[in-house]
Design a protein around this ligand. Structure first.
Ligand SMILES: Nc1ncnc2c1ncn2[C@@H]1O[C@H](COP(=O)(O)OP(=O)(O)OP(=O)(O)O)[C@@H](O)[C@H]1O
Length: 246
């Protein structure tokens, strides 16, 4: 018996983002599997953050389109954006924007404090928390609104190893709740720990996509192989300014 393939949470077709005459995202076709964690990998400047913003709808594509299965979406950035209010108020405000009121909101505030491990600091101004605590709060604030899709742009890039693991356990909590996670990371170890699927971007294009374990353990494309080996990938037809060729 053949199973009907699950409807993707997001589908990008022919996605282009061009500015200043450069195609920074250059014809991306991608299905983001529902309920899974997709990691987006690639070197600096490959277009990972732009692709994430296009998928989330924060920026408009120059060409192509994103279709979505529906539901609420939330995004967490590398540097958490905290309101100048208490930890509790940050949760309260996000829940209000998402339409939760009354007892349901109060219950979710408590849940968020537990998720973030910040119940003891509920009344503290959020901006006085450590970077790791702020990022846990940002993740919990996103999760308590029950998003269908959670976009994460290098959520642990500025954090130490312990704080990174705390953020990763919140990603697992999201995944366990059935949230579709799309995670941009520079950390191959993190991609291995969290990724179900992986997409490798190079110069705005998908160089390779597939199950995360396969892409990370046995990459087929030269750019992904070079990145995993810690080498600089230089396309064969690259011309150097001094006239030498690769
Ligand atoms: N609004 C913009 N206008 C012009 N160029 C931009 C804009 N946003 C990003 N870029 C450029 O587009 C390219 C891709 O940027 P992007 O931030 O998506 O890369 P990235 O893969 O996330 O990189 P990094 O790993 O360094 O964060 C870079 O060369 C960047 O300088």
């Amino acid at each position: 018996m053949s199973e009907a393939p699950a409807m993707p949470a997001l589908r990008a077709r022919g996605l282009v983002y061009a500015t200043g005459g450069r195609r920074l995202v250059d014809g991306v076709d991608l299905d983001i599997a529902a309920g899974q964690c997709t990691v987006i990998l690639g070197p600096n400047g490959a277009g990972k953050s732009l692709l994430l913003r296009l998928l989330h709808g924060l920026i408009r594509p120059s060409a192509g389109r994103v279709t979505r299965a529906g539901g609420r979406e939330a995004m967490v950035f590398q540097r958490p954006v905290m309101l100048r209010r208490s930890v509790r108020s940050n949760l309260r405000f996000a829940l209000g924007v998402a339409g939760f009121t009354g007892a349901a909101r109060r219950a979710r505030i408590d849940e968020g404090l537990q998720l973030a491990g910040l119940a003891a600091l509920a009344r503290r101004p959020a901006r006085l928390l450590s970077g790791g605590e702020q990022q846990r709060l940002a993740m919990a604030r996103a999760l308590v609104t029950d998003p269908a899709v959670l976009f994460l742009d290098e959520p642990s890039a500025s954090l130490d190893p312990a704080a990174t693991l705390a953020v990763e356990s919140l990603v697992r909590a999201a995944r366990a709740r059935g949230v579709t996670v799309v995670l941009v990371t520079h950390d191959a170890g993190q991609a291995r720990r969290l990724g179900d699927r992986a997409v490798f971007l190079q110069a705005g294009r998908v160089a390779e996509a597939g199950p995360a374990a396969e892409l990370l353990n046995a990459p087929r494309s030269a750019p992904a192989q070079a990145w995993l080996d810690g080498r600089l990938y230089v396309p064969r037809d690259t011309e150097y300014r001094d006239g030498r060729k690769d």
